[in-house]
Design a protein around this ligand. Structure first.
Ligand code: FAD
Length: 473
């Protein structure tokens, strides 16, 4: 029946699900594709992990605060929804690493921990003389991995640059992105660019220097002011969610509509809702967090990996002060913490410095992280206990003489998927199973092919492309 429309369900109203809905809606508007869709979100709001609080003139991000600007899909979607004039780059500035009790600048020229300039590297207090010599061995060492081999990021960097560089430079910088244990995270799934660098240049230092030179040649062709490499929206990331939602027909979006079970039936899927209702769809785009996805598909053995996937638990705390109440002797944007330090916080951003638009004139905003893979007991303490722990830690670094104006703690329990060694192979198998046995079912989002916001957008859109390709046939 040619007049019959294909029925698509999108499950989850975070960035992945909304990007899918937006793409589908745009295609329907422009090309009259014979498709109809419904988006179902369990909670009472859209955005999922994206959550902004606007308080006393401050813009406070409870979860993600920005995205990597070189990943273009988010900037493109921002243009599509008319928000490009709201995009802001971070201010660049010195970042630090807490080693023991001392805050040390990240050596100038280090790119994600890989040194590219000799004299700042030689002068850094982060590594001992022996540790530095070991880093330079990267120039001479043979390749450590085969192209198709997956190892832990920790193993890879330890082999190439030595333990000290990993403990005091690489690990603090990289582990924060996944709130994970670098010794367990899959190199291929988390930092494939370094494996590619080894493949092409053998030495990470040589490869990184080479890439920088290429970038500088491009800069020389198109000279521009040095901008930060992250972007966010002036009124917070949630304003982006609001802008997307506003462009979608209300009748297609359903809040407080949790799916409980998905059953494969002839040529499609039945979605069972919490209220007992059952609806049929030809295609289902699942963007739910991995344990939820695993539960929805518990009847089918292929989705075990998602059900059991490791997730890390963290909390963020934003703390606001009058400017004069915080004496910060360091000029920069914030610091991360090496594991061997005797503190609980894992990172602290001097948010008013890195993102001036977040903070009214005359005030200071700090944002810290606590909790990490395998060590998240702090997250279950009370808000006041978390505040006290964080302030005790900050005392090592800066002088805070007054009570905060206010503070906000946000707990993220089992929120960050851990791409452990082998993840790429498991996902490849999952995709193969979906293609061969579960036609019309798409599993996308943070647990699958990248946790970054632009990665999530790419995945949501790709699922829609697959459905549109089927409709076109
Ligand atoms: P989610 O946002 O988790 O959305 C899934 C949705 O599904 C939720 O709204 C949920 O309520 C809903 N749902 C669950 N179960 C059901 C059900 N049964 N039925 C219907 N709906 C259901 N990324 C960056 O790029 N930059 C950052 O700075 C950054 N910082 C981060 C900081 C923190 C603390 C965290 C936790 C993540 C951060 N990330 C960052 C990662 C990024 O925020 C996430 O990967 C991304 O937002 C995930 O989007 P998603 O749509 O895939 O999933």
């Amino acid at each position: 029946d040619k007049t019959k429309k294909r029925k698509v369900a999108i499950v989850g109203g975070g960035i992945t699900g909304l990007a899918a809905a937006y793409k589908l809606q745009k295609q329907m508007n422009h090309n009259q594709v014979p498709v109809e869709y419904q988006l179902f979100e369990a909670s009472n709001r859209f955005g999922g992990k994206i959550k902004t609080m606007n308080r006393n003139g401050f813009v406070i991000e409870a979860g993600p605060d920005s995205y990597l600007s070189r990943k273009k899909s988010m900037t493109r979607l921002a243009e599509q929804v008319g928000l490009s004039d709201q995009l802001v780059n971070n201010e660049t500035g010195q970042a630090f690493i807490l080693k023991g009790k001392s805050l040390e600048p990240i050596p100038t020229g280090a790119v994600m921990g890989i040194p590219t300039q000799f004299s700042p590297f030689v002068r850094t207090n982060l590594l001992s003389p022996l540790g530095k010599v070991r880093v330079l061995a990267d120039y001479f060492l043979p390749k450590t991995t085969a192209e198709d081999e997956d190892v832990s990021a920790g193993y890879f960097f330890r082999k190439r640059l030595g333990d000290e560089a990993v403990d005091y430079l690489i690990e603090p910088l990289l582990s924060g992105i996944y709130a994970g244990d670098i010794n367990k995270l899959s190199l291929k799934a988390t930092f494939p660019q370094f494996q590619q660098l080894e493949e092409s240049h053998r030495s990470l230092i040589k490869g990184t220097i080479n890439n920088l030179k290429k970038a500088q040649i491009n800069q020389a062709v198109q000279p521009q002011k040095k901008k930060g490499q992250f972007l966010t929206f002036r009124e917070g990331l949630e304003s982006f969610i609001t802008a997307i939602v506003e462009q979608l027909p209300k009748e297609n979006l359903h809040l407080e509509k949790a799916i409980e079970k998905i059953t494969k039936v002839d040529s499609g899927y039945e979605l069972s809702f919490a209220n007992g209702e059952v609806q049929y769809f030809d295609d289902v785009i699942l963007t739910t967090p991995p344990h939820a996805t695993g539960e929805l598909l518990a009847a089918y053995s292929e989705f075990q990996y998602l059900r059991k996937m490791e997730l890390s638990t963290t909390a963020t705390i934003a703390i606001a002060y009058r400017e004069g109440d915080v004496q910060n002797p360091f000029d920069g944007t914030g610091f991360v913490v090496s594991k061997n330090s005797d503190v609980t916080i894992t990172a602290c951003t001097w948010t008013d410095k890195k993102w001036p638009h977040t903070t009214p004139e005359g005030y200071t905003l700090l944002r810290c992280y606590v909790g990490r893979a395998g060590d998240s007991a702090i997250v279950e303490k009370t808000d006041e206990e978390i505040l006290q722990t964080v302030l005790d830690d900050l005392d090592l670094v800066m002088d805070i003489s007054a009570e905060p104006l206010f503070f906000v703690v946000t707990r993220w329990r089992e929120a960050m998927p851990q791409y452990l060694v082998g993840h790429p192979y498991r996902i490849a198998k999952l995709k193969e199973d979906l293609e061969n046995k579960y036609s019309g079912l798409y599993i996308v989002g943070a647990a699958i092919d990248g946790v970054g916001l632009p990665d999530c957008i790419d995945q949501g859109e790709a699922a829609v492309d697959s459905i549109l390709a089927k409709v076109a046939k």
